[in-house]
Write a protein that binds this ligand. Structure first.
Ligand SMILES: [Zn+2]
Ligand SMILES: [Zn+2]
Length: 300
């Protein structure tokens, strides 16, 4: 960071659950965490590159990328993000941490883009992107411990995906936990214990019923959603049991039903969580408590 001003913030880049996008609607999952001078991207759903630049991030600063699981709404734009950062001048190493299969995704992405990559190396004198990026596949437990930054992972309950991991980031006494995609999973409370922020996925029951009613394969969809995701009340329960300082509801399902607004989400969560609450929307900034800077531009 420059000029002594250290801003530590969380930006919800894409706030909807699921891969489909619609005119005027929100975008799939990705978040930016600026902590300890690191630029960290958590999940790479469609739109992550555009959203990072909208948040004022130089793509050349890309540093650490985490993928919670390989559902497309979390990984579809991983390759395009890194490739675009490379064409924007990325010349420093990027490490991608993801579940087993992430390395395969990256190798095949580079294969599909081989023509362009090879030609830019020769024609524009760029470093080989394949040498700039390293992929570390992780499981449960410690993922990163470097320069005061600690990242740990917890396998959560997201059938039929088995390699889906909640993540907890800690630096200088500040901690942010992400639930990833999960059904109600009580061990998350211990994992997120006393975190400054818990970003938890959430569904709204009445909204899901309407979503199911207007979708062709309604019964199957309903079954999947209730088996693999958490209701807003359940996210609130985890936050209460964990004693976090702020709950951020994210990966919202439904996210683009005009009949549902923040008040509906708040009403559901208030059954189980009386504390500080943020309902995510694309581009929303949450300043981290304990941030070294005196203030940021906006507090959510
Ligand atoms: Zn998802
Ligand atoms: Zn998922």
């Amino acid at each position: 960071m420059s000029a002594g001003k250290v801003v530590e913030r969380l930006v919800l880049l894409g706030s909807k659950g699921g891969p489909a996008i619609r005119p005027g609607g929100p975008w799939p999952s990705s978040s930016l965490l600026e902590i300890g001078g690191r630029t960290i991207v958590v999940d790479c759903g469609l739109g992550v590159t555009r959203a990072l630049t909208d948040a004022g991030i130089s793509l050349k600063a890309l540093d650490l990328v985490f993928v919670t699981h390989l559902h497309s709404d979390h990984v579809l734009e991983l390759g395009p993000l890194i490739h675009t950062a490379w064409t924007a001048g990325l010349a420093t190493p990027v490490t991608v941490y993801g579940p087993p299969g992430t390395g395969r995704y990256w190798r095949h992405f580079c294969e599909t883009m081989e023509f362009d990559i090879d030609i830019r190396i020769v024609d524009e004198g760029r470093p080989d992107i394949r040498g700039l990026v390293s992929v570390e596949e992780f499981g449960e437990g410690s993922v990163v411990e470097e320069g005061g930054l600690t990242v740990t992972a917890l396998r959560v309950d997201h059938p039929p995906v088995t390699d889906c991991f909640a993540l907890r980031f800690e630096h200088g006494g500040t901690s942010v936990a992400f639930s990833a995609d999960t059904a109600f999973f009580p061990p998350l409370a211990e994992f997120a214990r006393s975190a400054d922020i818990l970003v938890h996925e959430a569904m709204l029951e009445e909204g899901v019923e309407r979503l199911v009613a207007r979708t062709g394969n309604g019964a199957r969809l309903r079954e999947h959603l209730f088996a693999s995701h958490s209701l807003a009340e359940e996210a609130g329960r985890i936050a209460s049991d964990a004693g976090v300082k702020r709950l951020v509801l994210n990966h919202l399902i439904p996210a683009d039903d005009p009949a549902i607004g923040d008040a509906d989400w708040v009403a559901a969560v208030r059954k189980t969580w009386p504390g500080d609450l943020t309902i995510a929307r694309d581009g929303l900034v949450v300043q981290l408590s304990g941030a070294k800077a005196a203030r940021g531009e906006e507090t959510a």
